[in-house]
Write a protein that binds this ligand. Structure first.
Ligand code: UDP
Length: 363
């Protein structure tokens, strides 16, 4: 008999398990995969911690969350400074003075850059932007949009920017300083030794069953409460139809060279290049190994049975989620959490914060 059955050994599930275990509740954590840590799982290859489900860079402005995660690992001083490749040109991201001075050879100062973008924006300004394309053009003008946003975004989300919600682009900062830090957050880094170790620590002393599918085994487990971090639509057998996600696939290669691209992340913003980005994992931890491991990231349409990654939070899908949420609210002794259970585009810090908020009410 368990107090809590936690379905999913990812960051949300592990945070819940750790805190509930500390409060004295008996927990069982199950996961249908053969490993813990969900999508933050890292695996050592050639002495390099490989981010198996894509790059995860921890960043937050919330000191409480930063202190919280630092209980479980020491973080290095990695700062994400991705580079974008468009045809035979390389640009710094996010959009900043390094990007602007390279794009326009008559731009030298922040004022020059502002004037240039203003000039471009004025020509194309759209009142009340309704989609990502309009929002992006209003934000940075058509040149940056064409070279650095249009193709990348269409590849990542599988539809043109005119059919995407504008909020997606709001994640990307625009700065008039020579600052290549992708994030605006106060705290940032990569856990030394990989993310899997964090989850191992969180789950230490707690019973975990891997290769264990909730749907197949739920009747065998006696638990007073369930925390479900799988897809909410799957839980309800897709009774209102499936929610849409984006699927991401990684083609990982070990290369016999010590430095393939000189940076952890290079985005390929041209539509014709089939992958969205190449991750060179060793650079997350300033690795000096003689070989390197790279992953090409391909984004594609998700269908039921595939691994879901990004929830597609447009109006249609959010409305559908709300219908599932109504069903969820009627269920007894079960709560839903994480990116899939709550159908939200959460970063790692959000995930922990939402979990800790949920746990506050449990004495
Ligand atoms: N984006 C872009 N060009 C880039 C990088 C990002 O247009 O080179 C846009 C794109 O629309 C993407 C959004 O910014 O969906 C958010 O990107 P981010 O890198 O934050 O996504 P994540 O790392 O979560 O996949």
């Amino acid at each position: 008999m368990y107090d809590y059955l936690i379905v999913g050994a990812g960051l949300y599930g592990a945070t819940c398990a750790y805190e509930l275990n500390k409060k004295g509740y008996k927990c069982l954590v199950i996961d249908k995969r053969d490993h813990i840590a969900g999508n933050i799982y890292t695996k050592e290859i050639e002495g390099i911690n490989v981010h198996v489900y894509g790059a995860h860079i921890f960043h937050t402005s919330n000191k409480e969350i930063w202190d919280y995660i630092n209980q479980f690992a020491e973080f290095n001083n990695f700062i994400n400074q991705p580079v974008a490749r468009y045809k035979n040109e390389l640009y710094n991201l996010p959009f900043n003075m390094n990007t602007f001075t390279k794009l326009w050879n008559d731009v030298f100062t922040p004022d020059d850059a502002k004037n240039k973008i203003e000039e471009e924006k004025n020509k194309y300004h759209i009142e009340d932007p309704k989609n990502l394309e309009e929002q992006a053009i209003n934000l940075v003008g058509p040149t940056i949009y064409e070279k650095l946003i249009k193709g990348y975004t269409a590849k990542q989300w599988g539809r043109p920017c005119t059919e995407l919600p504008s909020f997606i682009i709001k994640r990307l900062p625009v700065r008039f300083t020579f600052d290549n830090n992708y994030f605006n957050d106060r705290y940032q880094g990569i856990p030394i030794g990989g993310y899997t170790k964090i989850i191992e620590k969180m789950l230490s002393g707690i019973e975990v069953r891997l290769n264990y599918d909730y749907k197949l085994h739920k009747n065998e487990i006696n638990a007073n409460n369930v925390i479900y971090t799988g897809p909410i639509d799957e839980y309800f057998d897709y009774c209102y139809g499936p929610l849409e996600y984006r699927k991401v696939e990684f083609k990982t290669e070990i290369l016999d060279c010590d430095n393939y691209q000189g940076n952890a992340v290079v985005n390929y913003t041209q539509y014709e290049i089939p992958y969205t980005r190449i991750i060179e994992h060793k650079h997350f931890e300033f690795g000096k190994q003689s070989k390197t491991v790279i992953s090409k990231e391909y984004s594609s349409t998700w269908k039921p049975g595939d691994e879901p990654y990004y929830p597609l939070n447009d109006n249609k899908n959010n409305d559908l989620y709300n219908k599932y949420k109504e069903l969820a609210d009627k269920e007894k002794n079960i709560s839903f959490g994480g990116r899939l259970g709550l159908y939200k585009y959460y970063d790692m810090d959000d995930t922990i914060e939402v979990a800790l908020n949920y746990l506050k009410d449990i004495k």
